[in-house]
Design a binder for this molecule. Structure first.
Ligand code: PLP
Length: 388
């Protein structure tokens, strides 16, 4: 049996490995607090669940169009118009099973040997994995804690070459919780006008989880570059629907046909009941989205204060998503050692910063999508471990 060489270039997402280890420890009777996995600890709102059940009773059991049902694509367009003030054509929307699929397709469509793709480091690990899989050269954009893990537009622009095909941006960001200030995005968008060969993948999956009071900046709102922007968003984080596998991409008109063919060649269409529920999520009451955001904000403040009290640990304020990325160099441990010891000795699952790229060394990612009690207990356990 011989595997194609590109398979050996695929990376992975350590959050799932840590989750499996945490479950194994639990199964062996250990108490484990999971601050590793990045998913809301809330249930999907009832009215959305009911919509899916109704769709099944109404007989939505078959294939749908590969790009998604029209009412859902129209609901996405209406939502973007209402929230971001951007007008899009529902025919440029491709409904996919989760946010990840848009990034995989975009990277496959842009990447090949000889092409360069810029991506954030530390950043969502699938960016680099998919870039290497595609054969393109990954070019990291370092994100630094001095700037709250926001990129510098000048630094991004300075890394663009004639071979650059795709630029990946992610604000609010995983794993850092960093939010790029509007002025920096303005500068990036203006600078990109000089580089028409570059398509931009804007991963805005955490756009509804911002705590600064500032509105989210959508890259589709920049007329000079909008016909080169692929917008990635979905239902997973905003509506606590990670297990439903429902996401979307808004594609440049010239790319949507290729992306749809990738869909037809891989998953055919997203399950129909999820799609009908997705409409109700977007069009129904939005109270639960705000309730979750407020709950995350409270946990964010609690974990930030607690992390900054730990010896050898300091954490810049995360302004979005549900992650905190403290610097742990003062503990004397590497990121990987800290991840290991916190899980095995203290029963607290976190993710080493190096799982998100080499610039994540010296850091750990904490997901605060956990109860206040769990956060408090985790901090007590870590404090005890660090005191030894
Ligand atoms: N983009 C980022 C930055 C993420 O953190 C995640 C999930 O953690 C995704 C995309 C993928 O979301 P989904 O679970 O909808 O595939």
């Amino acid at each position: 049996m011989t595997l194609a060489a590109r398979i050996s270039r695929l990376g992975t997402e350590s959050a799932f490995t840590v989750l499996a280890r945490a479950e194994a420890l639990r199964a062996a009777g250990r108490s484990v607090i999971n601050l590793g996995i990045g998913q809301p600890d809330f249930a999907t709102p009832d009215h959305v669940v009911e919509a899916a059940v109704r769709a099944l009773h109404d007989g939505h059991h078959g294939y749908t169009p590969a790009n998604g049902i029209l009412p859902l694509r129209e609901a996405v367009a209406a939502d973007l118009a209402a929230r971001q003030g951007v007008e899009i054509d529902p025919d440029c929307v491709l409904i996919v099973p989760g946010g990840k699929v848009t990034m995989f397709f975009a990277i496959l469509m842009a990447g090949e040997p000889g092409a360069e793709i810029l991506y954030p480091d530390p950043g969502f690990p699938i960016y680099r994995s998919a870039i290497e899989f595609s054969g393109a050269t990954p070019v990291p954009i370092p994100l630094r804690e001095e700037t709250g893990f926001a990129f510098s537009a000048d630094e991004v622009l300075s890394r663009i070459t004639p071979a650059t095909r795709l630029l990946i941006v992610n604000s609010p960001g995983n794993p850092t919780g960093g939010v790029v200030p509007r002025a920096e995005i303005d500068r990036l968008a203006a600078g990109l006008e000089a580089h028409p060969q570059v398509t931009i993948l804007s991963d805005e999956i955490y756009s509804r989880l911002i705590y600064s009071g500032e509105p989210h900046t959508c890259l589709l709102a920049y007329p000079a570059i909008r016909d080169r922007v692929i917008l990635l968003d979905g239902w997973s984080k905003s509506y606590a629907m990670t297990g439903w596998r429902l996401g979307y991409g808004v594609w440049p008109a010239a790319w949507v046909e290729g992306a749809t063919r990738l869909a037809i060649n891989s998953f055919s269409c997203v399950n129909a009941a999820s799609q009908w529920a997705g409409i109700v999520a977007l069009e129904g009451p939005q109270g639960s989205v705000e309730e979750m955001r407020i709950a995350f904000d409270e946990r964010r403040r609690v974990i930030l204060a607690a992390l900054n009290k730990l010896p050898g640990v300091s954490c810049v304020e995360p302004w979005g998503a549900f992650y905190a990325m403290p610097n742990i160099t003062g503990t004397g441990m590497t990121a990987r050692e800290a991840e290991y010891r916190l899980l095995e000795e203290a029963g607290v699952a976190t993710i080493a910063g190096t799982s998100f790229g080499e610039h994540g060394e010296g850091h750990l990612r904490f997901s605060y999508a956990a109860s206040l009690d769990d956060i408090a207990e985790a901090m007590t356990r870590i404090e005890a471990l660090l005191a030894c």
